[in-house]
Design a protein around this ligand. Structure first.
Ligand SMILES: CC(C)(COP(=O)(O)OP(=O)(O)OC[C@H]1O[C@@H](n2cnc3c(N)ncnc32)[C@H](O)[C@@H]1OP(=O)(O)O)[C@@H](O)C(=O)NCCC(=O)NCCS
Length: 131
């Protein structure tokens, strides 16, 4: 297991603890629980860039590198890596902080790339506003 620190000089868009209700029978956290937070996390810089509503169009990659365990505090970091006329591609990294007594580990658990599309009032693609 690779131990790392939380990224310096970056602010997570979401931090949330993993609860027993989010666990599968094997004792680790459901992938779908993590995926939903990754989707929300990625949408935050996309909403900001689009200056209005966006929808998730595609998940280009999604890697569960390490399990998330009950009690972990997950932090999601999201950054725009490219954009087109209506679409915004966002990289999301998820880290878990895990306490064992006085010792705190930090583990990169998930990385994903998602594509969001800005939409208008008719749910049709909308050109991104000029920067
Ligand atoms: C998002 C939606 C409005 C786009 O409509 P569309 O007819 O596919 O529009 P387009 O083909 O013009 O594609 C729009 C943009 O998405 C990009 N795109 C389309 N499919 C893609 C894919 N599989 N991967 C990456 N980008 C993709 C296009 O390249 C285009 O980007 P650009 O304008 O920056 O060049 C429509 O697909 C939709 O409503 N999907 C459902 C969204 C949803 O419900 N998400 C889940 C809940 S948020």
């Amino acid at each position: 297991m690779t131990e790392v620190r939380l990224p310096e000089n970056r602010i997570p868009v979401i931090r949330v603890p993993a609860s027993p209700a989010d666990a599968n029978p094997g004792g680790s956290i459901f992938g779908g629980w993590i995926m939903s937070y990754v989707d929300v996390a990625g949408s935050i810089p996309a909403l900001d860039r689009a200056q209005g509503p966006v929808v998730t169009r595609a998940v280009e990659s999604f890697e569960f590198k390490q399990p998330v365990l009950i009690g972990d505090l997950i932090s999601c970091y999201a950054k725009i890596i490219s954009e087109g006329r209506t679409s915004i591609k966002v990289d999301v990294e998820v880290y878990a902080e895990r306490r064992k007594g006085a010792v705190k580990q930090c583990i990169k658990v998930t990385e994903a790339v998602l594509v969001y599309v800005a939409i208008d009032g008719d749910h049709k693609p909308r050109a991104l506003p000029a920067k």
